[in-house]
Ligand binder design. Structure first.
Ligand code: FEO
Length: 392
């Protein structure tokens, strides 16, 4: 593929990874991803903004075959899917300098063993002249690492935010033409990567109000030539109110918890509450993470295994705790045979969820009338609390 022009002397030179199915050995990538790099040619200097995953260095070097000089390698983020090809770029261009934040320098020296004399560090708000174009650097810590910065091209009004606003989506579309599809992919990306950093991101979004942005060019997925689409979506995910939704991840081994889940879902729906149910034996955890973005309540369903929750349920609870969604209420339903501490252990696993714990419903063996009445009560409590708070 040839370099693709965005503006005069600004080109996309990314790598589309159609086949990747797992990121960080954790996150499912049903639609692949891309690693977007950008080349900005000024009248005096040339800058490369971010690189690509080391598995696709050859793709980047193909674009650079006929580029005689690169003066600056701008590193917005040190994670290897963007930085991993820097050593090869520096080898080809021995005079090129790596431009990044002081924290970025520290991380790149540790992760990629880049020599100290190859760096120029930049302060928040500092600009770098390329001649007829200037790049401004906006420090944006905790998006999602501490070293992150965003790069803004003043003349072209393009924001290069690296991971922020990205989506794991392999596509040859340069821009987000199918906004429904991109909304889904970007929300999944937000849930998996950005959700724990909502507070930091909210501040960075406010700051971006000061910039005139015509194009957002992230380092995963297509670019946005209608930036308000993704900025408004982020605003709602970061600071909008939760919705009248219960997320219900569960496991059942012999059918008791399954029957409780089925009954409970019906009881919630009868009371006007939307439910997103995930059987953890076969669920995509990315979909679970995405559901947590908007939900007001999490109810975890588990049988008892070796006196505790099922390990798959413990995994989901660990993830929910780490992702820090804006949940307001949590509870647990499930079953046991001869005793156990599933409720105590699960509750102790979610200290980051600053949510009110509603009385769990744990039944002995297969559920009976008493269990169903308890599930009705829990469903009624949730519906009433959602209504009191005005969640719609
Ligand atoms: Fe796409 Fe945080 O790396």
């Amino acid at each position: 593929m040839k370099a693709r022009q965005i503006r005069t002397d600004v080109h996309w030179i990314g790598a589309i990874d159609w086949d990747r199915r797992l990121f960080d050995a954790l996150i499912p990538l049903p639609d692949g991803t891309s690693y977007n790099a950008y080349l900005v040619r000024g009248s005096q200097k040339i800058a490369l903004i971010d690189t690509v995953d080391p598995s696709m260095t050859h793709v980047l070097m193909g674009y650079l075959q006929d580029v005689p000089a690169i003066d600056y390698v701008i590193v917005n983020h040190a994670e290897q899917d963007h930085s991993g090809s820097i050593p090869r770029v520096l080898e080809k261009y021995p005079d090129a300098k790596v431009v990044t934040t002081p924290k970025g320098k520290e991380l790149l020296m540790a992760l990629l063993l880049i020599p100290e004399d190859r760096f120029i560090t930049v302060n928040d708000g500092e600009t770098l002249s390329l001649g007829n174009k200037a790049l401004e650097f906006i420090h944006a810590p905790w998006v999602h690492w501490p070293e992150t910065m965003l790069t803004y091209s003043r003349e072209d009004k393009i924001l290069f935010p690296c991971d922020l606003f990205g989506s794991h989506l392999a596509t040859t579309d340069l821009y987000a033409s199918n906004e429904g599809q991109i909304h889904e992919a970007a929300k999944r990306y937000f849930a998996e990567i950005m959700m724990p950093f909502r507070t930091s991101i909210e501040k960075h979004l406010e700051r971006l109000n000061n910039y005139k942005i015509d194009i957002i060019a992230p380092s995963h997925g297509p670019m946005y030539d209608r930036p308000s689409f993704i900025i408004e979506a982020y605003r709602s995910w970061v600071s909008g109110p939760p919705k009248n939704i219960v997320v219900l991840p569960y496991i059942s081994m012999h059918g008791s918890t399954q029957r409780m889940v089925e009954y409970f879902v019906g009881a919630l729906v009868d009371r006007g509450v939307t439910v997103k149910q995930f059987n953890l034996a076969a669920s995509d955890i990315g979909k679970l993470a995405m559901a947590l973005v908007d939900a007001a309540t999490l109810v975890i369903g588990t049988p008892t295994v070796l006196v505790g929750p099922h390990p798959n349920v413990a995994h989901a609870a660990f993830l929910a705790n780490a992702l820090r969604p804006r949940l307001q209420f949590i509870s647990i339903i499930g079953s046991y045979g001869w005793g156990g501490k599933a409720v105590e252990q699960l509750t102790a696993m979610v200290p980051n969820l600053k949510a009110e714990v509603l009385a769990p419903v744990i039944g002995k063996g297969f559920p009976g009338e008493q269990d169903f009445r308890a599930l009705d009560n829990l469903a009624g409590t949730i519906a009433a609390k959602h209504e009191e708070r005005g969640f719609v």
